[in-house]
Design a protein around this ligand. Sequence first.
Ligand code: SAM
Length: 328
Amino acid sequence: MTGLCDSFQRPINYLRVSVTDRCNLRCIYCMPVAGIHQMSHLDVLSYEEIRTVVTAAAELGINKVRLTGGEPLVRLGIDTLVEMLRQVEAVDDISLTTNGTLLSRYAAELKRAGLSRVNVSLDTLKPDRFKAITRGSSRIGDVLAGIETARAVGLSPVKINMVVMAGINDDEVLDFAARTISQGWHVRFIEFMPTAGVSGNGLQFVSAADIKRQLAPLGELEPCLPHVGNGPARYFRFPGSQGSVGFISPLSEHFCFHCNRLRLTADGKLRPCLLSDEEIDLKSPLRRWVSREDLKGLIEAAVAKKPLRHRLAEGQMPLNRPMTQVGG
Ligand code: SAM
């Protein structure tokens, strides 16, 4: 590994790749009420183009890749992409973030193709609430089955991501945390981020500290040591439990100083920061047969543009794309 560093000396070794902006759910915290203006298929990077970007990034020092969306499992042949990326030298970890609705169907193929693990977004354990949060889906049973299938085929650890929203699902944090004890779940509580298209939905933020306080009846949380994971979550467990509880607190305790990532959108824009509108276009150069060295130069330019931290708390939010088109 050559070691890619940004201008604040943060090592950058992680690339999130959004493979589509299409999603089969309409979650209230992610998708704007009016929906999105969908990308044309012609604008979406092909699997070969994604491999070209990942190969160049890997030569610079990226060794972890996460596939996201939209919903990555709605893109046809996603296991083929996993297989292609598995062959990129220096990439030693490929993971995927999904809403889980199609996971039972694809988990075994993905495992065979070389996927290491999955994160599943699940914000409630109640069918009627699931329908309200996803604006109409009845597929909570598929998500729960998908989690079990992923565990059974060894896509582990399966991490459950819950975006906690006041008055919507915050009364369920104890139920989710209890499953870390009873079923060995790895649950991550995520603070709601007001981003493009969802900030005016009346959704209320709950801080990680408040969530932690609500978990007190289950016992004292012990930190998981040594520090685990590639990202911003801080992990704990209840004494004797097989599972873990993680907290992702982009607002109350931002983790930018440890940020190690870049994001590639489905239409080929490299985003130095999740919460800034800055993007570097890779699609046009790719389609003009850019050389590997020039492509690496563009990736390095994106890394050099990483801001020290986001400015959400000061009211500066990204406006050009809703979260569903960035990939989280
Ligand atoms: N469809 C996939 C899924 O549901 O996981 C992948 C895409 S989704 C945009 C990726 C992640 O972004 C999910 O874990 C989701 O919970 C998170 N996310 C989306 N909008 C968010 C928001 N406003 N605040 C916090 N997390 C958000």
